[in-house]
Write a protein that binds this ligand. Structure first.
Ligand SMILES: Cc1ncc(COP(=O)(O)O)c(C=O)c1O
Length: 462
């Protein structure tokens, strides 16, 4: 290609207006929302980077596919198109539709886990962890050491620690019914996992007779990183790379709200006939008949098309570049972020940026509020409000205080990202004036969703 500018590989056929608000309006909105961005009305947000899950724009191909939706209760054509699309990528034998990723997790763990057992994972996503713990089992994270150091640059920071994997299977194998690898590693900063790591983990698991599952939410983004960074894959298509990733595993859980490019949906796919039957029986109990799970026929059509659109090279090049583009601007300006930028989000290191705010005054939460107050940008805190409350009621600071800016797929253009960068750089300039927050009221569990807070000082900025 002669030109180096990477463009959005789509043109826009339908637009949804976003609304500018004044700073005074945002200040009032924050007060009404109890200084909790989850409690804002979405219409009061200009650029919404709360999550990349289910927030993407569907293509004309997906909308057209939806019109073919077959809503038959059993054996619908839409199911078979969905199953074929999943099997073309994964080659897994049984495909079980679910209403989203966490339902696939619940059904899988409900079918294989007993109390006191352990699941190993590079890093469990919070719903995955919660579904393991709901079975009174342990969700144990074993990422490589580099994965826990925000500023360190490593091409595959999402890798699972192979030495620990082998050691734990050798010492505690009786208690470990399965191993998972999350691609990309969302809770670890959206970092990719290398093919060599998946292959080696698979060899270890086979040696110990344990099934290996992928948490495959962002399988296409992971395939792109392998293509870009791992020797021997530059000339392969993302589809071929994804197929190879799946060839090393016995099953996967999937939230189609990410690389399924859909607003809702997910699936569980696996090879084991007996386990599949058990999972299908559990599915009928709470999700639905095995040929629709928790989905409408038209949802399965949208996912069938979306899974393959997520593997298109132009799309992946634009997707990964738009996240890195923001990362480059912030890095050049000295804003501390998790390095290198991950596939779906930029994570600002609030402890590094706001060292004057102690962790018990929630620096990452405060920073996320300021990004909204100054620029109408909604992000999410991944820090001590989210993780600090312990099951025994005590408070323990989180390992990191991060603000995640997650990019919805195919929604925002480069000028939105330029605006976003301007807002963050401005906030970085006034960072010494930012003050912390305290919790006024919060529920016992998952408090970040509904807690109400207030500034510790007269206002958020002094
Ligand atoms: C890595 C990972 N696993 C599982 C899930 C759960 O998927 P869902 O939100 O569709 O239930 C998510 C959602 O963000 C995720 O990022």
């Amino acid at each position: 290609m002669q030109f180096k500018t990477i463009i959005e590989p789509f043109r826009i056929k339908s637009v949804e207006p976003i609304r500018s608000t004044s700073r005074a309006e945002r200040e009032a909105a924050l007060e009404v929302a109890g200084y909790n961005l989850f409690l804002l009305k979405a219409e009061d947000v200009l650029i919404d980077l709360l999550t990349d899950s289910g927030t993407g724009a569907m293509s004309s191909g997906q909308w057209a596919g939806m019109m073919l939706g077959d809503e038959s209760y059993a054996g619908a054509k839409s199911f078979f198109r969905f199953e074929t699309a999943v099997q073309q990528i994964t080659h897994l034998k049984h495909v079980i539709p679910t209403h989203q990723g966490r339902a696939a997790e619940r059904i899988l763990f409900g079918s294989v886990l007993k109390p006191g057992e352990v699941v190993l994972n590079n890093t469990h996503f919070d719903t995955t962890r919660a579904n393991v713990e709901y079975r009174h089992a342990e969700a144990r994270d074993i990422p490589i050491r580099e994965g826990r150091q925000p500023q360190l640059v490593h091409p595959f920071k999402g890798n699972i620690d192979l030495e620990l994997l082998e050691k734990m299977l050798a010492e505690e194998g009786d208690r470990i019914p399965l191993v998972m690898i999350t691609v990309t590693n969302n809770s670890g900063g959206g970092q990719p996992v290398s093919m060599a790591n998946i292959r080696a983990a698979s060899e270890i698991c086979r040696r110990f007779g344990k099934p290996l599952f992928l948490d495959a939410c962002r399988f296409a983004e992971n395939a792109w990183f392998i293509k870009m960074r791992e020797e021997g894959y530059a000339d392969q298509t993302p589809l071929a790379i994804a197929q190879k990733m799946f060839s090393y595993v016995d099953g996967c859980t999937m939230s189609a709200k990410k690389d399924g490019m859909a607003n809702i949906g997910g699936f569980l796919a696996l090879n084991d006939d007996e386990l599949a039957q058990k999972c299908k029986n559990a599915l009928i109990l709470s999700e639905g008949f095995p040929t629709y799970g928790g989905l409408a026929g038209y949802d399965m059509e949208a996912i069938a098309v979306g899974l393959h659109e997520a593997l298109e090279e132009d799309y992946l090049r634009y997707r990964i570049r738009s996240v890195a583009y923001l990362g480059d601007i912030l890095t050049q300006a000295g804003v501390p972020i998790v390095q290198p930028p991950g596939g779906h989000a930029i994570y600002i290191d609030a402890l590094g940026m706001l060292p004057h705010i102690p962790q018990h005054e929630y620096p990452a939460w405060a920073l996320s509020l300021i990004l909204y107050l100054e620029g109408g940008v909604r992000s999410v805190e991944i820090g001590s409000v989210m993780f600090g409350h312990q099951p025994d009621g005590s408070e323990k600071p989180a390992a990191m205080e991060l603000v995640r800016l997650a990019f919805p797929r195919r929604v925002y253009t480069q000028s939105h990202v330029d605006y976003l960068a301007e807002v963050i750089l401005y906030v970085n300039e006034i960072k010494e004036r930012i003050r912390g927050v305290r919790i006024v009221e919060a529920p016992e569990t998952l408090r970040h969703f509904t807690a109400r807070l207030e500034p510790v000082d007269v206002s958020l900025i002094v």
